[in-house]
Ligand binder design. Structure first.
Ligand code: NAD
Length: 484
């Protein structure tokens, strides 16, 4: 049965590598039909604020599958990255990136005889990629880092299911919960909650800096790692380096309704238009897509031809033996096509399902909303962020005049470090403070009372923002200041 997919050629080297990959697909008779969609820099330039036409959006939502080349986001125009927007808008919550040593691609590890075969599953929607940032004073920029229970559960469950399908025996969670106690803490708590459903998979967690050190010193320790968005982005580029660079790093952005397959690398403007780009990462992404579609035989045949070609020492300009001439993009694709049917000496790929594909993706009639935890909530105070050039003690004198019968001033901090009632004279300040009020024991406070105190403070300061202090199921849902 033939399947129709949406294809976006992309910008820079995108059209060159996409043409090469689709030629290989056609030669391998992959049974795909393509509907080309209009997305990328030229569509931003033509005035489409999302970087794609309405017809492109309709096609992708109808077909549920997008194979895309890299795309450039115009700089300095305030527009958001089309790559990130596409992943977020269509909820492709799990970004799976497979990294393995390839014969013919020399790395420090291949030379040392250490094979690498690991998968990073990166959360793809949340974290700092919410892109919610504000300049609160002309000196102070603040970004929101959003980690949610449903979002974490979705990607972590995907990682465990993937580990099970691939026959992995272990899955690690990378995090920085020692510092980001509530955000990464929630991700980690969710990881161990879901791990209980997969007792056959050994689950562990590792602090992300230690993870980076271990990945470069003992990569064979890991089979699969699940991480939040930004840490996952950084760690997966590190892993690309372990297996020979961005030219060999594929990615699958998996959602329940729509999935996107693309290379990890960008548009490579420095070599665009010269026909010399390496199409391997996009080809490997296409191979992931074929497996996702259940075309496991075609996927294995193309991958074996690619591995055989690499073993022959055929290479593009970005890798391989510099003493032998490099192939251009088309010559590299031609060599793979000529090698279809060949098997590599090492690591023959056998057809095996890698994904659980829902052929008839749902077309929902309304946005899905998930509330996964419902515990008793209590409002216990407020942090009011204000702009001020005053010293902490002066600020405290003014803040004390704003307290009510129920709310007391407990702490003032600057850049997260407590500066009142105690602190160090050596703590350097910027012009944005946090003033924390908490309710007195035995009292109840309302949102109205809290907003009133912020209103009172606005007589003396610019109020930059207000955050409620909450308890959930009796546990405090906010962090203490350093030194508090
Ligand atoms: P890049 O990945 O485009 O290039 C980094 C370096 O790697 C360059 O030297 C480039 O020549 C080389 N390179 C990348 N892919 C290659 C390939 N297939 N063959 C040979 N060499 C290759 O990263 P960049 O320069 O930081 O970004 C350029 C543009 O790409 C930016 O506009 C960025 O926003 C965009 N980008 C898009 C995506 C995406 O579409 N998913 C991802 C990353 C960057």
């Amino acid at each position: 049965m033939r399947t129709k997919i949406a294809v976006a050629k992309g910008d820079g080297i995108g059209p060159e590598i996409m043409a090469a990959v689709l030629r290989i697909f056609d030669a391998a008779d992959v049974q795909l039909d393509y509907e080309y969609v209009e997305m990328g820099k030229s569509y931003f330039d033509a005035g489409h604020s999302t970087g794609m036409t309405a017809a492109a959006k309709e096609t992708i939502e109808r077909l549920g599958l997008l194979f895309k080349g890299p795309m450039e986001t115009p700089k300095g125009k305030g527009v958001k990255s089309i790559n990130v927007t596409a992943r977020k808008v269509w909820n492709t919550y799990a970004n799976q990136r497979d990294f393995r040593s390839l014969n013919g691609v020399d790395t420090v590890f291949s030379k040392a005889g250490i094979p690498i075969n690991l998968t990073i599953v990166r959360e793809n929607i949340e974290d700092t990629y919410g892109g919610i940032e504000h300049l609160l004073t002309s000196d102070v920029a603040v970004g929101r880092r959003i980690i949610t229970r449903p979002g974490s559960a979705q990607v972590i469950r995907y990682a465990f299911e993937m580990a099970r399908r691939k026959g992995y025996t272990k899955l690690a969670c990378g995090h920085k919960a020692n510092i980001m106690k509530l955000t990464d803490g929630l991700f980690l708590e969710t990881f161990y909650e879901i791990a209980k459903e997969y007792p056959e998979i050994e689950s562990s967690d590792i602090i992300v800096d230690d993870l980076c050190m271990k990945l470069v010193s003992r990569p064979e320790m890991f089979q699969a790692i699940v991480l939040t968005n930004l840490q996952g982005d950084i760690v997966s580029d590190l892993c690309a380096g372990l297996v020979g660079g961005l030219g060999f790093a594929p990615s699958a952005n998996i959602g329940d309704n729509i999935s996107i397959f693309e290379a990890v690398h960008g548009t490579a403007p420095d070599i665009a238009g010269r026909g010399v780009a390496n199409p391997t990462a996009l080809l490997l992404s296409g191979i992931l897509m074929l497996r996702y579609l259940g075309a496991t035989t075609a996927a294995a045949s193309i991958e074996n031809a690619l591995l055989y070609t690499l073993e022959q020492g055929i290479h593009t300009g970005d890798f391989g033996d510099r003493s032998t001439p490099s192939a251009n993009t088309n010559e590299f694709a031609d060599a793979i096509i000529a090698n279809l049917g060949q098997l590599p000496q090492k690591g023959v790929v056998i057809p095996q399902p890698d994904f659980e594909y829902k052929a008839n993706h749902d077309h929902p009639s309304k946005n899905k909303l998930t509330v996964s935890s419902n515990v008793e909530e209590e409002m216990v105070g407020v942090d009011v962020f204000v702009e001020s050039n005053k010293q902490p003690a002066e600020l405290a004198e003014i803040a004390k005049t704003k307290t009510t019968d129920n709310l007391q001033l407990v702490m003032i901090s600057n850049r997260g470090t407590q500066v009142w009632p105690t602190g160090s004279i050596f703590t350097e300040l910027v012009n944005e403070y946090r003033i924390r009020f908490e309710k007195k024991d035995g009292t109840r406070i309302s949102q109205k009372e809290i907003l009133h105190i912020a209103g009172e403070l606005s007589d003396d300061f610019k109020v930059c923002s207000v955050e409620f202090l909450m308890k959930f199921g009796g546990k405090i849902g906010y962090t203490l200041a350093q030194g508090q």
